[in-house]
Design a protein around this ligand. Structure first.
Ligand code: HEM
Length: 257
């Protein structure tokens, strides 16, 4: 049996698959947050960044398909492991004892996972497809970059390029209280999911020892809190008016690339 087939067929393999796909997804959400935090700068930043990503064309699609595969494998492995655990657990009394011993984050890991999945579907419909709030999406009209957008010193999107106004689209989106509050709840649940997810990830990859499991748990809790606060900052700052709309974001002309 090849190594890959072994990963899919054995219970230990499925745990490793869940950890590895989890790692890919954590990499994405952290990178996405760092990119999104550019909204606190000049609109050139987030708009140039979005254009740069769109310009990568086939590479962007490779990344999207990779992410989709990671999500599917992560959910499949989680479902298989849950079913196996249920089968192995046996008498109800033992199940109750295990439930009481487990942390809150681990007890609700499946439910937080389902809700985050539902959030992703809504989020794609909102900002990528423009189905839920066509008015916000309409605001994704043309923006003319005032300065070069550079990546590692290279001007990847030159000044004067007409790009989508992602800044204005996100800003308009979070001016709505129900939308902003829904995002805050969803990223809160995602952070809670990661609280147990990251801990199990280290366990599955054999990187957690009894000697430092306490420290690891505290480090994971700190990282999850930081992740939550970073994500909270965007809708909270817009909804509360702490981040005023940048005047440059309203400059529009032409059609986006
Ligand atoms: C305050 C929080 C967030 C903001 C402001 C935000 C903003 C955005 C924006 C503006 C886009 C569209 C980018 C474009 O088309 O140029 C996008 C796409 C996306 N976001 Fe978020 N996002 C947030 C949180 C999240 C979270 C927590 C997740 C995952 C759990 C996520 C997953 C995605 C995915 C998968 C895409 C599609 C990327 C692609 O085009 O392939 N986002 N987000």
């Amino acid at each position: 049996m090849s190594l890959i087939a072994n990963l899919f067929r054995s219970s230990v393999g499925r745990k490793i698959l869940m950890a590895l796909t989890g790692l890919i997804l954590v990499g994405f959400v952290v990178g996405h947050l760092v990119g999104n935090l550019q909204i606190f700068g000049h609109p050139d930043k987030i708009n140039g960044y979005a254009q740069f990503l769109h310009q990568t064309g086939p590479l962007l699609w490779v990344a999207r398909l990779g992410l989709l595969a990671a999500v599917v494998i992560h959910i499949w492995a989680a479902t298989m492991l849950t079913l196996e655990n249920k089968r192995a657990r046996g008498p109800e009394a033992y199940a109750v004892k295990t439930w009481l011993r487990a942390s809150l984050a681990s007890r609700y890991i499946r439910w937080t996972g389902y809700i985050v999945l539902a959030f992703i579907v809504y989020h794609l419909a909102h900002f990528t497809l423009g189905v839920t709030d066509p008015a916000d999406f309409k605001d994704r009209h043309a923006y003319v970059l005032q300065e070069d957008y550079t990546v590692m010193g290279f001007a990847t999107v030159p000044a004067g390029t007409t790009v989508p106004n992602v800044y204005l689209m996100v800003y308009r989106g979070f001016e709505s209280a129900p939308v902003a509050v829904f995002y805050i709840i969803a990223v809160g649940l995602l952070s809670f999911h990661l609280l147990h997810g990251l801990d199990s990830l280290f366990q599955s990859l054999g990187l957690r020892s009894a000697a430092w499991s306490g420290w690891l748990r505290r480090l994971v809790a700190l990282l999850c809190l930081g992740y939550f606060l970073g994500n909270l900052a965007i809708p909270a700052a817009i909804l509360s008016g702490a981040l005023p709309l940048h005047p440059a974001a309203q400059v529009t002309s032409g059609t986006p690339n």
